[in-house]
Design a protein around this ligand. Sequence first.
Ligand SMILES: C[S@@+](CC[C@H](N)C(=O)[O-])C[C@H]1O[C@@H](n2cnc3c(N)ncnc32)[C@H](O)[C@@H]1O
Length: 500
Amino acid sequence: MQPKKTNKSGQQKRNPPSEKARGPKRPDKTSMPKPRPERSSGPRDQNEDRPRNKNEGRSRNQNEDKPRNNNEGKPRVARPDHNQQSLPKKEHYERGPFKGPTRPYDANKLKSKTDDERVQLPSEIKLPTPLVNAWRETLIKISKLPPGTNPKDENRNALAGRILASQSSDISHLWETFTTERGELIKNLLSTKRMAAAYLGGFHLANAARVQMLLDRAEKRSNLKNVVVKHGGHLVWNDFGCGTGAIAQTIAAKMVAWKPDMSADFHLTDTTATLLDIAELATRSSAPNFKVLKHKKAIELSSIESMMKGKDHTLFGYSLGYVWNELKKNKKAQRHLLDLFNQHIANKHEVLIVILEPANQIIARDAMTLRNDLVAQGYSPVYPCPSSKSCPMLERSRDWCFSEGSWTSPLLMQNIEKNLGIDRSRFSTSAYLFASPALSGKILPTGKMPPVVVGRPQKISEKGLPIRGFEMLLCDGDKLFKKPGSTGKNFLMRGQQSNS
Ligand SMILES: C[S@@+](CC[C@H](N)C(=O)[O-])C[C@H]1O[C@@H](n2cnc3c(N)ncnc32)[C@H](O)[C@@H]1O
């Protein structure tokens, strides 16, 4: 193994890179590493789980270790493209079992908060207790128990807490890797049981919270729940690239909560066996009456014919959680999926599709393009879009649409966040729910839907300079327009409807 190079202050040179090298925006930690976005003067990338600012409330001169945001109050300029950022050397990943970081990961050193990030979001999402308990039991089942533990004696939360504490260095290793590395390396990293368990411990619920937000908001603004509850048929759900099953588990839990006697098959597809095993357990624990089937195969090799099969009146469902971007170079898989969705339309099937992607500019715009492709096939967005017309924001090259949510994480997760020095109570994601024509008429409310918040541009003075405060950028399906920003209890997050 080569000795690690250090800089003057004794830090490793490449791990993690400086803020200057990385740019202040970091990818969605719960998904795989993503190309870094450019800053835009339009809606900005809030996809990060916000680093916890230990210095909040301290005066400026006490914040010596915190990089100053020299751009405060100045017009924003596009930052250089960081996509070409070089990868750390391969040996870094092949140096044997990970022993944990030698120093705590200090997210504050990598990023300072922008005005937009100082906005307090009202807390909205809470994962249902049965889902969190099912996650906890899956964690206990698949993790190596800390020495001296007797799982029968111990309180379940205390036991899960001890497991999470024992995973702490693996979780922070994953965290660092997610913030600096790319797909293949991470896929390999998660193929070991130990790291897959750490992923379940540290990241699974954060993705579950994103789907929960999508389903809760869709439930509020449409007849989705009613249609599912009154549906007399069988549900066949396919979670493609299921990972540890955060998406499948959350959807299954929602279905059970809506309709406890629902009959359903959940198919889980992934190429990584360790992740599939966890996904199966997690989904089963949330929906013990559902049939859960795992498929260790590539999405592009799964048979469309078998997926089209359903008895009369089958409700089909698909989820792609943080997968579409991983298929960017796998055109065969992308075509396969679009072909599958198109065949459902041709067969007049009732179909729901859930798509989640990171919220950064490049990937979110790819998701907006996918949204337009599905709309062209005949699907209607149930969330977030107020209409099924072509996305007006995609026409503006520097803007991108995403949702933001605010989450009260379970206590067990809060300890992890404390260890990592991050605050994940606020998150962003590109989240979509689509319904096929056979379903959309029943799900979508009649009449024009209220506009949706798609941005929070900084206020501009009469002289054209940015001034304190924000406006709301709204999309009514046809066009984008600005309104005065909402405040206090009426504060609206991206993805929420504005009824006023
Ligand atoms: C970023 S993870 C997301 C996991 C999960 N959907 C979630 O949201 O938590 C992407 C997953 O897709 C899987 N994947 C990527 N390409 C795939 C392919 N062609 N076929 C099947 N699985 C794939 C990876 O193994 C990985 O588990």
